[in-house]
Design a protein around this ligand. Sequence first.
Ligand SMILES: Nc1ncnc2c1ncn2[C@@H]1O[C@H](COP(=O)(O)OP(=O)(O)O)[C@@H](O)[C@H]1O
Ligand SMILES: [Mg+2]
Length: 394
Amino acid sequence: MAARIAVLSRGPRLYSTRRLVEEARLRDVDVAVLDPMQFSLFVADQDIGILHGGNRFEFDAVIPRIGHSITRHGVSVLRHLEQLDVWCANSSTGILQSRDKLHSGQILARNRIPTPSTSYVRDMKDIERAIENVGGLPVVVKVTQGTQGQGVFLRHTIHETRNLVQGLLMTGKAVLIQQYIAESHGKDIRALVVGGKVVASMRRKARGREFRSNYHLNGTVEGVDLPEEYAEAACRAARVLGLNVAGVDLLEGTNGPLVLEVNSSPGLEGIEKASGVNVAGAIIDYVVSESDFSDVNVDQLLRTIPGRGVISVHMRNHPHLIGRPISDLFKGKIPVFALSRAGDLIWNPEPELQLRFRDSLICYGDLAELREKFKQNLFSLPSFTEGEKDSAEP
Ligand SMILES: Nc1ncnc2c1ncn2[C@@H]1O[C@H](COP(=O)(O)OP(=O)(O)O)[C@@H](O)[C@H]1O
Ligand SMILES: [Mg+2]
């Protein structure tokens, strides 16, 4: 059965919304535009329900186009739909993470995706340090929750930077001081990622002396041949932030791409015109093909059975285990289901695999039992060198 798709959008006449509807209809897909503000959410004893404009919600898949001004409410609606096992093109978590420039920076850096150096400051005493930390003046000052270029500023002197940051802090904004990527002044690249692939890309250029290249600030757009390195960075950024449909903004640094931000409701007009690609069609094709396979909320799943869960053990805290095989840690059944090494996950590692300093073991099972196992086995082991000595001396 074809999926019934709801586009969650406040503007049925907006270009992007219209295009999605148009492409869905061309494919004979049942589609409707629903205003996210017209949902009512019900939580009852052991049950939840949802209504839209007084009607039952009868769609299999949702494409959220949640505007920045209604993020909180939109995310509440999505959470509810996720709980009802409705397939969502972007998850509530993905949207929230990507809308906070500090949070997304933390996730990108943690996953070793290149991004401009950034300081988050709340105390004016640290402002000089913050500027130093990002490589000195000039710096870009931005608010964590901004969009469409509002709340992004270039500052050349410490005095100007201080005044601006102080003003923003006083109005209750969270402020970032960011390395200014001079090579990329006034231009950036937008890559549209759908289901782990870049389907279209464009270069955006600012007009005149403006350094922000946002389309909404009257910037111009043109087609671009996206180098593989850029496409890869864009796909990884979308993935680690948990977005299936994303507009990834990349700056062109001297050492390659830098991911600036990831948008969960990317505008389709500029990119379709600049690239000539039917992006809306690609999104609909993706939703239709994927919506049979629901995303699993792993976090929730792993907590379903009381007492069971996941723990990870960092080898750096157990130096005497380094160099030993995993099997040395456990007698009998080995509950390790993954090993995190150098940013990669090794699923179901071989028991013979030797542990390294930066490894973390990830185990699933009865938490009390796991903790006990670790205590018994980890701490009773003689250290590796002692063990060697023992066997060397008869
Ligand atoms: N660190 C930076 N170095 C150079 N240019 C930047 C930097 N940060 C932002 N810009 C320019 O400003 C624009 C808007 O910044 P961005 O962080 O994407 O905010 P918004 O969410 O408001 O679009 C970018 O598209 C880019 O052209
Ligand atoms: Mg941007």
